[in-house]
Design a protein around this ligand. Structure first.
Ligand code: C2E
Ligand code: MG
Ligand code: MG
Ligand code: MG
Length: 283
């Protein structure tokens, strides 16, 4: 009967919900263990000045080394956000980046900013601003060497609070980038009130280049008007690079230059060598 089949569906639905909840609980538990057992690591992807090829920064991207495999952040950051464990994980990312900055300074007398991703839940946590300030202070890191990357969506959750936090970070000297720009729901009228330093053009607009350039052009124009640095994400080929260069995009990042690399490899390639800051970028 209809009633029986309805209740079967309900039972099936309930079972699925229970399984999902169980998976989430297991993942949360293993994320706790991962923190405790030091199973996270950072990879680094260079950001290059598109006009000169100079290294101007890098992005720290988290990986989870689990049972000999590297797990992508896409598969655990969302759960970490849902469960709140993103806060200590994000704190680990920031502290680890401070340590790496200190190491480059001591070992190579070299300074280049590291950008860290801050998740929405982490940005709304009251501890974020004091944590960043305290970590930079404790590790004696100049705030200019740390940049936070936040998505538009995180900013738009509570715009007044976001502006207040960003003001505090910016006036302390930290860099602030809007990540994946163009994919969220930024209100253009708020954008000019946001104390940000950088906009990152999302890679979906870069991958449309050079044929479909309307959005990339618009973001570049907007960035210029607002006096922001613009970083193009996800540059994968010469044609995209040429277009971006010809349209005065300042900075680029992508597999065309380099995948995100383990620390030692990044150091060998970009920091340890004499001409560390100048890289061949094609053309
Ligand atoms: P995102 O911040 O937008 O980072 C860029 C992602 O694009 C990275 O993926 C990077 O490996 C990838 N990528 C870079 N260049 C290219 C390219 O030329 N082509 C293609 N197809 N991809 C490219 P990844 O490392 O898997 O990170 C994915 C996302 O996970 C990040 O996107 C960020 O939202 C999040 N994430 C990574 N690390 C952290 C972290 O430490 N904390 C938080 N909260 N989120 C993180
Ligand atoms: Mg990012
Ligand atoms: Mg991005
Ligand atoms: Mg992204």
């Amino acid at each position: 009967s209809a009633k029986a089949s309805g209740s079967n569906q309900w039972a099936f639905f309930k079972q699925q919900m229970t399984e999902r909840a169980a998976v989430r609980l297991r993942t949360e538990a293993s994320l706790h263990d991962a923190l405790k057992n030091d199973e996270f690591l950072l990879h680094f992807q260079p950001k290059l000045d598109l006009a000169t090829g100079a290294l101007v920064g890098c992005e720290a991207l988290i990986r989870w080394q689990k049972d000999g495999r590297l797990i992508s952040p896409m598969s655990f950051i969302p759960v970490a956000e849902e469960t709140g464990i993103i806060v200590p994980i994000g704190r680990w990312v920031i502290e680890q980046s401070c340590k790496v900055l200190k190491h480059w300074q001591k070992q190579y007398n070299f300074a280049v900013p590291i950008a860290v991703n801050v998740a929405s839940q982490q940005f709304s946590d009251a501890s974020l601003v004091p944590d960043i300030k305290q970590l930079a202070l404790r590790h004696q890191i100049s705030p200019e060497l740390l940049e936070i990357e936040i998505t538009e969506t995180s900013l738009m959750n509570d715009i007044e609070l976001a502006i207040m936090k960003l003001d505090q970070l910016k006036s302390a000297g930290f860099g602030i980038a809007v990540d994946d720009f163009g994919t969220g729901y930024s209100s253009l009228s708020y954008l000019r009130h946001l104390p940000i330093t950088t906009m990152k053009i999302d890679r979906c607009f870069v991958s449309d280049l050079p044929e479909d350039s309307a959005i990339a052009s618009t973001i570049l124009m907007l960035g210029k008007q607002l006096d922001l640095k613009i970083v193009a994400e996800g540059i994968e080929n010469e044609q995209q690079l040429e277009w971006l260069r010809n349209h005065q995009c300042g900075i680029g990042q992508g597999f065309y230059f380099s995948q995100p690399l383990p620390l030692e490899e990044f150091e060998q390639k970009y920091i340890a060598s004499n001409n560390a800051s100048i890289c061949e970028i094609g053309g």
